[in-house]
Structures are given as structure tokens and as C-alpha cells.
Design a binder for this molecule. Structure first.
Ligand SMILES: [Zn+2]
Ligand SMILES: [Zn+2]
Length: 350
């Protein structure tokens, strides 16, 4: 089954956090956390349309400048989401530069910020051509856990407990539309931009009796299908994927409740493991997870696979111990929960 999402950590597990989620066949990507982005070439940076920042400790936010520099002068809307204080943090970054030359850009870059509070969202936009002065007042909306939604997918967030409020994220695809080439060939159809339009119609729940027109890519005449019967011929609908991202959080009953609800049944959980459990006091004091706690959370959430990252530098050369501790605690907790272990797909970080 072709996977829609192939998320990848930008850096190694001892370096800054950052998870890139490119969308295959679309010039588009999402980014979880804005740590050091040096390994990403401009062609990847330019694809980013949404950025979800857990919190603005430096190792999660220093990449803002590199991303902004790359997209500056582009015709682009960039959505950035972050925790309490985020609007002030980004405004502080923007205030750190002089923008007197931006009116020379003919194209328009807009930043759309969303600050996540426990019960509401604060939104504000900024346009490059205005020197990133705020475009109007902050607008408030109620927040029920859903941060970003489009017909094909949604991103949810939970406010977690670090030394400051820190967000956890989960990206859930509603369902997955696989196009099979044999169906296309049988109907004499060539792939083209109409495929994205066809998928959007399915994701939007369009009436399956409606007409769907396909304009020929090169020659030939326009063809008309009934949406539902075209779907039967060329598409296979499979369950959607779910990816969750948790980092910089202290363990405790509230964390366990929030993380298991957010990451429930994820196909892949990316989760920090800053310390070994022998140093759980240090982990608690700095509001981080141990590898053992990460494995337990993965099992409690019932995830199919997990990848550890954000190791403390004190474990340089001892990654295997962190991974083994998490693997063991995942297996023990899953066995205790009576879950049958199939393909666990336990990942090994970048
Ligand atoms: Zn932190
Ligand atoms: Zn951190």
C-alpha cells in the first residue's frame, strides 16, 4: 500500500528536534518544530506550508530565521502554530531585523500565526510588503483540540506540561485514496492535474452521482464520468494514516491522559527520550521523559510504531541503551494491556 506520509526527522537524535512531513505528489510539506534546519535544502524549505512549534525553547525555534530567509520574497502563505506566548515570540523575531527593502519584492509573503491556549486560539497575520507590521488586531476563537483542518486531514494539539506550556501534535488523514494505474489504463486515462481534483472531490464528500469532467492532458476530447463509478474503476480507499509528535514533557498522570488521547492508535509516534530511567529524577526536574516512560506512553496509546529522538548529550554513544529500554517497556506495557503484538515497527530515530 503506498504510504501518503513519509515523515522524517531533520537531524540526528542528539541534535535539534524537527520533523518534516512531505506530501508525495504535491509540492507541499508540514513541519513539526523549528530546530536547526541546516540539513534542509531550499527546495524542501519552500514546500513547507504549515509549521507546528511545540514551544519556543531555542532548540525548537532557532530555525525560524532560516525558514523566513528562504521564503522571503515568495508568493506564499505560511501558517505557524505555537503555544502560549507564541505571537510575542514571533513578533520579537520579526522586530530583530530592518525591513526597509521589502517593498521592492513584487511577490507577497504572508505569515499567519496561531497561538494555542488551553481553551482558545489567538490569530494574527503579517505581510512582508508591510514590513511585517501586524495586519489588524488579534482575533480569538474557541479551541476544542482541532488546530488545522482541511478536507483530507486534520492536525490536533494538546497543551502539555514542560517547564512552560508545550504542545503535542497529531496529524490524522481521514482516509487514503490510492489510484491504481491498471484502472487508469483500462479507461484510457493519463494521470494529470485532474487526479488532485478527483481526490479532493472524494475527501470533500461530494455526491457520488455528480459528473466529473477530465480535460485531456495533450490531445483528445473532454471526457465525463459519474464520480462514484470512476472511483470504483481507478481508486482504492484505505484507512488514513496518523502521525503523532510528542517532546519536552514531564511524566505524570495528566501527561499520560493527554498523550494517550492525542496519540491514540497512531501509525507512527515520534517521542522524546531524553534520559535513561536510572536518571528519572533528573528527567522529572527538567520536565523531560525517560526512554522507559516514552515506551510506556507508546504502548498505552496503542501506537503501531514509534521513533525516539531528543536524547540528552550525556548519552552520546549509548543510543542503543535508550532504544532498548524503550523497546522493553513498550513490550511489557503492551503485554500487560493484553495487546497482541504484530508488526511493531519500532523506529530508530534519524
Ligand atoms: Zn524545552
Ligand atoms: Zn528541547
Amino acid at each position: 500500500m503506498p504510504a501518503l506520509f513519509q515523515p522524517r526527522l531533520i537531524n540526528g537524535p542528539f541534535e535539534d528536534p524537527g520533523l518534516l512531513i512531505p506530501f508525495p505528489f504535491e509540492r507541499r510539506a508540514m513541519l513539526f518544530d523549528l530546530g536547526d534546519l541546516a540539513p534542509l535544502p531550499p527546495r524542501d524549505l519552500l514546500k513547507i506550508s504549515q509549521v507546528f512549534v511545540t514551544h519556543t525553547h531555542m532548540d525548537h525555534f532557532i530555525g525560524f530565521d532560516r525558514l523566513l530567509r528562504c521564503v522571503l520574497g515568495r508568493e506564499k502563505d505560511l501558517d505557524l502554530y505555537g503555544p502560549s506566548g507564541f505571537i510575542g515570540n514571533v513578533e520579537g523575531k520579526l522586530a530583530g531585523y530592518s525591513w526597509d527593502l521589502v517593498d521592492r519584492f513584487t511577490s507577497r509573503l504572508a505569515l499567519h500565526l496561531t497561538e494555542v491556549r488551553a481553551d482558545r486560539l489567538l490569530r494574527r497575520s503579517y505581510h512582508c510588503g508591510d514590513g511585517f507590521a501586524p495586519a489588524g488586531e488579534i482575533v480569538e476563537e474557541p479551541f476544542d483540540g482541532r488546530l488545522h483542518a482541511e478536507p483530507a486531514l486534520e492536525v490536533r494539539a494538546a497543551v502539555l506540561r514542560h517547564s512552560i506550556p508545550c504542545l503535542g501534535f497529531a496529524l490524522t488523514e481521514r482516509f487514503h485514496v490510492n489510484i491504481h494505474t491498471t484502472g487508469l489504463k483500462a479507461l484510457g486515462l493519463a494521470p494529470g492535474p485532474w487526479i488532485a481534483r478527483f481526490k479532493q472531490a472524494l475527501y470533500a464528500g461530494a455526491d457520488r452521482q455528480t459528473e466529473f469532467r477530465i480535460l485531456p492532458v495533450r490531445s483528445g476530447s473532454e471526457r465525463t464520468f459519474v464520480l462514484g463509478s470512476l472511483a470504483e474503476e481507478i481508486a482504492r480507499i484505505t484507512p488514513g494514516q496518523k502521525i503523532a509528535y510528542i517532546t519536552d514533557v514531564g511524566d505524570g498522570p495528566d501527561t499520560r491522559t493527554a498523550v494517550t488521547a492525542l496519540a491514540r492508535d497512531a501509525d507512527q509516534l515520534f517521542i522524546e527520550a531524553a534520559f535513561l530511567d536510572s536518571e528519572r529524577d533528573r528527567a522529572a526536574a527538567t520536565h523531560h521523559l525517560t526512554a522507559r516512560q516514552a515506551g510506556e506512553l507508546a504502548a498505552l496509546a496503542g501506537v503501531r510504531g514509534f521513533t525516539l529522538f531528543h536524547f540528552s548529550p550525556r548519552y552520546e554513544g549509548r543510543e542503543a541503551e535508550l532504544r532498548e529500554e524503550a523497546r522493553q517497556s513498550y513490550l511489557q506495557m503492551a503485554a500487560r494491556a493484553g495487546r497482541k503484538m504484530g508488526h511493531t515497527g519500532i523506529g530508530h530515530g534519524a
